[in-house]
Design a protein around this ligand. Structure first.
Ligand code: SF4
Length: 258
């Protein structure tokens, strides 16, 4: 049930996966071009160096293609294989900036690519969720400070318990939901404080609420730590009195909890 509700937030995965495939094929094409160049009889002095370069380029490209296949396999079979984590990690870390650049070249909005990446990441985490199943104190919930009512006088970024649960923003419901389950909650101001929160609690899994940009960069930073990303709602514009779909949040938590 939790999985069904959680997956209502679907965004096409094919945008990110298609761009990842395009980048891998471009790399393969460039390697092939390099190989043809090396075979040119006029290239004599630098042939050894170019051969070495071609070999490494081919090796990396094949690794990235295997990484892409591992991502697709994980999502389609809804199961993870432990040895594939490293491959997926390296593929995403190396190719993600190129994916964004290729998307930019093709006039695909960055936010759309980030949404698609978050969906791909969530599906991979969900694929491993049945085996992962963490205890309540091993799960960390991360929220952006823009979720707090802008006129609230209480500082909750260092001490979330400072919230008086007045109901002017969703923190009251979030704290009720998390204290019922005994979860760690942190309200963070950005990437650095999110990383500090992860170092402080050393969780086995994270459910993070944020905008597309913060979520995607946070996921890449902390990979292979399983992070389910829930994109926030911005009825009053970015970074101001944002909200989260509590049903989706609850479903993400339930999917990871024992
Ligand atoms: S619910 Fe908490 S954080 Fe939100 S406005 Fe009230 S006291 Fe402030």
């Amino acid at each position: 049930m939790a999985e069904t509700v959680f997956q209502k937030s679907k965004t096409p995965k094919r945008i990110f996966l298609g761009l990842l495939l395009a980048v891998s094929l471009l790399l393969l094409g460039a390697t092939f071009y390099l190989f043809i160049f090396v075979l040119d009889p006029r290239v004599i002095f630098t042939r050894g160096v170019l051969m070495g370069l071609t070999f490494f380029a081919l090796l990396f490209t094949l690794l990235f293609l295997c990484g892409l296949l591992a991502i697709v396999f994980t999502i389609m079979r809804k199961r993870t294989l432990p040895g594939l984590h490293w491959l997926i990690d390296k593929t995403l870390l190396f190719l993600y900036p190129f994916v964004l650049q290729t998307g930019r070249f093709l006039h695909i909005a960055r936010e759309k690519i980030e949404r698609s990446f978050i969906e791909v990441n969530n599906q991979m985490v969900m694929a491993g969720a049945p085996r992962l199943k963490v205890k309540a104190d091993e799960l960390l919930l991360l929220f952006p400070h823009c979720l707090q009512y802008d006129k609230c006088p209480y500082k909750i970024t260092r001490q979330v318990e400072n919230c008086r649960r007045c109901g002017n923003c969703q923190m009251a419901e979030i704290l009720r939901l998390s204290s019922d389950r005994g979860l760690h909650v942190e309200v963070v101001t950005g990437g650095t404080s999110a990383r500090q929160a992860v170092q402080k609690h050393r969780p086995r899994a994270v459910v993070a609420v944020a905008c597309e940009r913060d979520l995607s960069s946070g996921m890449l930073d902390t990979f292979p730590l399983p992070v389910i990303g829930v994109i926030n709602e911005r009825p009053q514009g970015p970074c101001f009195n944002t909200r989260v779909d509590l049903k989706v949040l609850g479903a993400a938590i339930d999917a990871l909890l024992q």
